[in-house]
Design a protein around this ligand. Structure first.
Ligand code: GRG
Length: 309
């Protein structure tokens, strides 16, 4: 239950939390559910391409956030597993399409060749399309233990997060901004609030919706999600400069090569880190009204800013 909505309220002390063990357990649960959700079948080339990217690892942050917020408001994770899988399907399809020559034109993702490098562009586009549509089907047909109203609300939220008011909207402004050195902070925020934060927001709220969260609880979670969402992208921009392909599992230095305006290009590395840390502190503070069950979401917020890949 939310006890207060105030950002200024002092969080009650909570016991230490083993995030590493928590993430490992949740990742294993998500991997098994994804594998089961998308069996290899006819036409094999399509399903092979879908499974190639979906089961290629990755942090599984979005499904884990969904499961954690479900538990935060007292739900059992089982009710949110199909939605958790759907979030990863949508995220994966966005990576497949983002890597295409018409978009970011990348050769590596999650430590292996990108989908179109293995299967060709036509198959990749279709594999992305099939993952996207299957995600919605999966939530609609596989969710058990939630009212139809809650499932419908999640499906509507997913649609909004993915379309013109979400990922696609952010991506098109990103494409239009390429090569323009005068992109403002406002435009940069628009791009990443849509491309990155929108999916993180529905990841956090969907689990809570399925578990029957109140509107006040959802407002609080939305605030948490928007803050970690922007922090996540700032860290992403920093890692593109400071990390290596081996650590990230994808090309680095792409933003500089493409002369893209990023948070570090506007603020510098140190200020970008500082802004990300402030957002994470604010995100954690917004959960002050929740009890011990907020521990995973607090630890995940810290992980977002401390992550190395
Ligand atoms: C969604 C219909 C539809 C089309 C796609 C291409 C596109 C439109 C949008 C681009 C979205 C995109 C790739 C945003 C970047 C988000 C981001 C920071 C991804 C990296 O996420 P991680 O680090 O990756 O969580 P892993 O591999 O760990 O899952």
């Amino acid at each position: 239950m939310v006890q207060t909505n105030s950002l200024d309220s002092k969080p009650t002390p909570i016991n230490p939390f083993d995030l590493k063990a928590y993430l490992a357990e949740r990742r294993a649960q998500v991997e098994a559910a994804l594998d089961q959700a998308l069996a290899l079948r006819y036409p094999e080339t399509l399903y092979e391409a879908m499974r190639y990217s979906l089961l290629a690892g990755g942090k599984r942050l979005r499904p884990i956030l969904c499961l954690a917020s479900c538990e935060l408001v007292g739900g059992s994770p089982g009710v949110a597993i199909p939605t958790a899988c759907a979030l990863e399907m949508i995220h994966t399809m966005s990576l497949i399409h983002d890597d295409l020559p018409a978009m970011d034109n990348d050769d590596y993702r999650r430590g292996r060749l990108t989908n179109h490098k293995v299967y060709g562009e036509g198959v990749s586009i279709l594999a992305g399309d099939a993952l996207l549509t299957y995600a919605f089907e999966h939530v609609a047909t596989q969710t058990q233990g939630a009212t139809p109203e809650r499932v419908l609300r999640v499906i509507a939220g997913l649609g909004k997060a993915v379309g013109g008011e979400g990922l696609v909207g952010g991506q098109i402004v990103d494409l239009a901004s390429e090569g323009n050195p005068d992109v403002t902070l406002e435009t940069l925020n628009y791009i990443h609030n849509h491309k990155t934060a929108a999916l993180l927001e529905i990841s956090v709220t969907s689990g809570a919706i399925l578990a029957g969260a109140s509107e006040a609880e959802l407002d609080t979670l939305r605030q948490y999600a928007q803050r970690i969402g922007l922090a996540f992208q700032i860290v992403d921009d920093i890692l593109d400069i400071t990390s290596t392909p081996e650590t990230l599992g994808k090309s680095v230095g792409k933003d500089i090569t493409a002369q893209k305006v990023t948070y570090p290009s506007l603020w510098g590395l140190e200020e970008s880190r500082c802004q990300a840390e402030q957002l994470i502190e604010a995100a954690k503070a917004s959960l002050a009204g929740f009890g011990e069950l907020r521990r995973p979401l607090l630890a995940i917020a810290d992980y977002i800013v401390a992550r190395t890949y």
